[in-house]
Design a protein around this ligand. Structure first.
Ligand code: HEM
Ligand SMILES: *[C@@H]1O[C@H](CO)[C@@H](O)[C@H](O)[C@H]1NC(C)=O
Ligand SMILES: *[C@@H]1O[C@H](CO)[C@@H](O)[C@H](O)[C@H]1NC(C)=O
Ligand SMILES: CC(=O)N[C@H]1CO[C@H](CO)[C@@H](O)[C@@H]1O
Length: 329
């Protein structure tokens, strides 16, 4: 018997060598056939009225997947018993537009097919559709994720890349999640849209080192513009700069072109454009947007199945910001 099941497992491994999860593209075909249309319509409407939505949702999805898996844990609010993922220090800079677009889609979907669609799937599809809506590549998504049963802010530390890290530290985070360096560079191309708050790069402008106030890696005119923009950042903490100053709201390969001329906003962006492990891919994507789009789509598919929850390990939340069992943590 043991022998037989051993043979059977071997057979399964041979037949489905890369199947890590049972997600499938048409998961909601019968249970909620309007899933794709509703998500697409909701995000398109929201993006029209609030152009910051695409960047916000993409970053939110990335954070969710990197911290404990693509399971909507990032959407849960803290309560008096539990400090949730989204309230960890990094989450302070996650913009509300990403949460809001998921909530809107969830409300529509609960009317159409109550209790069927997970928040994790909504976030994955919303991020994809928003990338497309600002000019980026379409990629097929597998569906059937379930929502996490827990979310703890402590999980967020050391699993999420920060702009103060070295290129080696950033590489370690991505490779520990199974990404290649090339896939990491492709994913970082997401910084072709969206904003960063001044405090994320202010040290490069005002406080770089004992001998120089401004990071010499910055193009001088670019640095001068940023200094002006961020001059009051300590008083007005909402002050932000476009990640891609040239084509800020278009998903294209401009981020990589910027890296080559001293216009990488975050210190980690600049390092990626210099380090010999990452620079060849930066050069390649700066030259070839088609290649960037192809690799970005494939890397996003890989990101979108990190540690997904299935069966009893997850649930379909009634509300994306709360566990169904209110006594859970
Ligand atoms: C390579 C390491 C990375 C680092 C160190 C990093 C760090 C950051 C930081 C500090 C911000 C600014 C947050 C703020 O001030 O509000 C930001 C913004 C952003 N990041 Fe990254 N990130 C990295 C990779 C990625 C990846 C892989 C993605 C997606 C696939 C991504 C998507 C975004 C987006 C879309 C924004 C703009 C958010 C908005 O407009 O609200 N980042 N990132
Ligand atoms: C520069 O850094 C020091 C210590 O890290 C800090 O006290 C000071 O306020 C900073 N200055 C600016 C302009 O950010
Ligand atoms: C750009 O990348 C695409 C997709 O990989 C490839 O087919 C094409 O030949 C590349 N173009 C150039 C000029 O290298
Ligand atoms: C650690 C930290 O700064 N947490 C903050 C997260 O965001 C909420 C409000 O959005 C603040 O009240 C917390 O202090």
């Amino acid at each position: 018997m043991i022998y037989k099941s051993y043979i059977f497992s071997l057979l399964c491994l041979a037949l489905f060598p890369i199947t890590q999860s049972k997600l499938i593209p048409n998961y909601y075909q019968k249970s909620c056939p309007k899933f794709e249309d509703i998500v697409k319509q909701t995000v398109t409407d929201k993006q029209k009225t609030t152009p910051s939505t695409a960047g916000a949702a993409l970053r939110l999805f990335f954070s969710d997947c990197m911290i404990g898996g693509c399971d909507a844990s990032v959407l849960v609010s803290s309560n008096s018993f539990n400090k949730a993922e989204r309230d960890a220090d990094i989450n302070l800079s996650l913009s509300g537009d990403g949460f809001e677009v998921v909530t809107r889609a969830k409300n529509m979907l609960e009317l159409e097919c109550p209790g069927v669609v997970s928040c994790a799937d909504i976030l994955a599809a919303a991020a994809r559709d928003l990338v497309v809506s600002v000019g980026g590549p379409f990629y097929e998504l597998d569906l059937g994720r379930r929502d996490s049963l827990e979310s703890k802010s402590i999980d967020a530390e050391n699993k999420y890349p920060l702009p103060t890290m070295t290129n080696s530290q950033v590489i370690d985070i991505f490779t520990s999640k199974g990404f290649t360096v090339q896939e990491m560079v492709a994913l970082a191309g997401a910084h072709t849209i969206g904003f960063s708050h001044c405090k994320q790069f202010s040290n490069r402008l005002f406080n770089f080192s004992k001998t120089t106030e401004t990071d010499p890696k910055y193009n001088p005119e670019y640095a001068a513009g940023l200094k002006k923009l961020c001059q009051n950042y300590q008083k007005d903490t909402s002050m932000s700069a476009f990640n891609d100053v040239m084509t800020p709201s278009k998903f294209d390969n401009m981020y990589f072109k910027n890296l080559k001329r001293g216009m990488g906003l975050l210190a980690t962006d600049s390092l990626m454009g210099e380090d010999k492990r990452t620079k060849p891919f930066v050069d390649m994507y700066a030259e070839n947007q088609t290649k960037f789009f192809e690799d970005f789509g494939n890397a996003m598919r890989k990101l979108s199945v990190l540690h997904v929850k299935e069966g009893k390990d997850g649930e379909i939340r009634n509300r994306c910001d709360t566990f169904n069992n209110l006594n859970a943590n």
